[in-house]
Design a protein around this ligand. Sequence first.
Ligand SMILES: [Zn+2]
Length: 176
Amino acid sequence: MSDCPLPEYVDTRKIFINEGSVSGSIEIGRLIRIKNYLAGEEGNVRAEIQFSVDDAGRRRIGGMLEAQFQVQCQRCLEPLQIMLKDDINLVLVADLEAAKTLDKQFDPWINEDTKISLANLIDEQLVLCMPIVNYHRSGPCSERGNFSTASGSDGEAVDSNDPAKSPFAVLASLKK
Ligand SMILES: [Zn+2]
């Protein structure tokens, strides 16, 4: 993936018909929603996004994104580097009404304007794939044991080795 800055906007009147694509990085400071989850503005976010029109005339937004940034470990409260990778698979619609009529297998991206803000789009996608809990999987922090032994209560511990309880599994089920 390219490290050049992504354009701020793409023009919906041209980019789908031309089957255009963009690739590059974006500053974390511009991602206003995901910033709330982070321990700082260091890191990088890169995306590769393709625009096309499918046989049914839907304007498809596909691609992938990759992000590396620091969050706070929920166990030791120290910074923790995490990496997120996610596919982008959206259909552009003009309003909520159009979103409702969209086939369930598609996720709508509602955009009334003729410009799509790539920062908004990437921001939203990152928030959706952000794990619910983050903590160090190795090092001294992980050796402290799980939440329940640390607090001495019987509270439910999140075990990263248990696929049923992994935040990714929870999220995957939420997405369905
Ligand atoms: Zn930790």
